[in-house]
Design a protein around this ligand. Structure first.
Ligand code: PAF
Length: 282
């Protein structure tokens, strides 16, 4: 596995592969790999000749008071894990290699960013879209795999790819969970023992909310209130950032629940802001 830090070197190598007729798969990440990241690599590996994994904690998608400086990292661990999945290139640039000091070009899909993390983290998806577009331009991938834990991110990237005619196949990967249901996330590392023990309450609440919908609940406000009460009982140290019931493609709140519908939540548990979601289809 090659480690590349220079964007131009990555681009040169990927262009060479394309000229040789080889297909490229891309897994963009911010590192501190867990089984969720490895599942994305496993999904891409058999579908491409060359697998590029990117490890870049993208500063432009973090707000001022967010955890950019504290974001967990373990380069040696990540290197070994990426290699174990048959990665051909691990691209790990420094921030100033990715952004010129006078960087002035942004990609944004504001319509899909008005709710959920888009409103809770202003500017976040502009940073995501910009860096993902740069990664697409550097690697020219045939396919790219993203996790569905960041459902809104995937919906926005899908719209961007469609609108800009970017020739890449997007694959959304189901959420990978710990045995007790907690969605895997690099940010789980911030949880204390007590918080970690309570955090599976997020998934349990979502499942109970889905059961209510399946049994006929059609009022999104009732589902939101139910979840709020569930979270405060099961995770008393948490504060709710948002609980929303939205159209899974347009990412706008629904007035009345019809399926498919997405229940999406962000909950602050100690230092960790945890997101999760559940798509209800039947
Ligand atoms: O989902 C992430 O880890 C990041 O938002 C991404 C897609 C790698 C862009 O920085």
């Amino acid at each position: 596995m090659q480690i590349i830090r220079d964007p131009k070197e990555l681009q040169k190598q990927c262009l060479k592969w394309r000229q040789e007729g080889l297909t490229i798969g891309l897994v963009p990440t911010m590192g501190f790999f867990h089984d969720g990241h490895l599942a994305l690599m496993k999904r891409a590996r058999p579908e491409c000749d060359k697998l590029v994994v990117t490890l870049f904690v993208n500063p432009t998608q973090f707000g001022e008071n967010e955890d950019l400086d504290k974001y967990p990292h373990d380069f040696e661990g990540d290197r070994a894990k990426a290699e174990s999945q048959g990665t051909d290139i691990l691209f790990a640039p420094a921030p100033d290699a990715m952004y010129h000091p006078d960087h002035a070009t942004w990609i944004d899909v504001p319509e899909l960013g008005q709710h959920l993390c888009g409103s809770a983290r202003p500017g976040h998806f502009r940073g995501v879209c910009t860096v993902v577009t740069k990664l697409f331009m550097l690697t020219q991938p045939d396919l790219a795999v993203f996790g569905q834990k960041d459902w809104q991110q995937l919906a926005i990237i899908r719209r961007m790819v469609r609108d800009l005619d970017i020739p890449v196949k997007l694959i959304g990967h189901e959420i990978i969970r710990e045995a007790d249901g907690l969605a895997m996330s690099s940010r789980n590392a911030y949880l204390t023992e007590e918080e970690r023990a309570a955090a599976p309450g997020i998934r349990q609440g979502l499942q109970k909310a889905a059961d209510k919908v399946v049994s006929g609940e059609r009022n999104p406000d009732a589902v939101k209130k139910f979840l709020k009460d569930e979270f405060s009982a099961a995770i008393p140290m948490s504060t709710v950032d948002y609980i929303e019931v939205v159209d899974p493609e347009a990412i706008v709140p629904v007035d009345e629940i019809t399926v498919p519908v997405l229940v999406a939540v962000a909950v602050q548990v100690g230092k960790a802001r945890l997101i999760d979601n559940l798509l209800i289809e039947v």
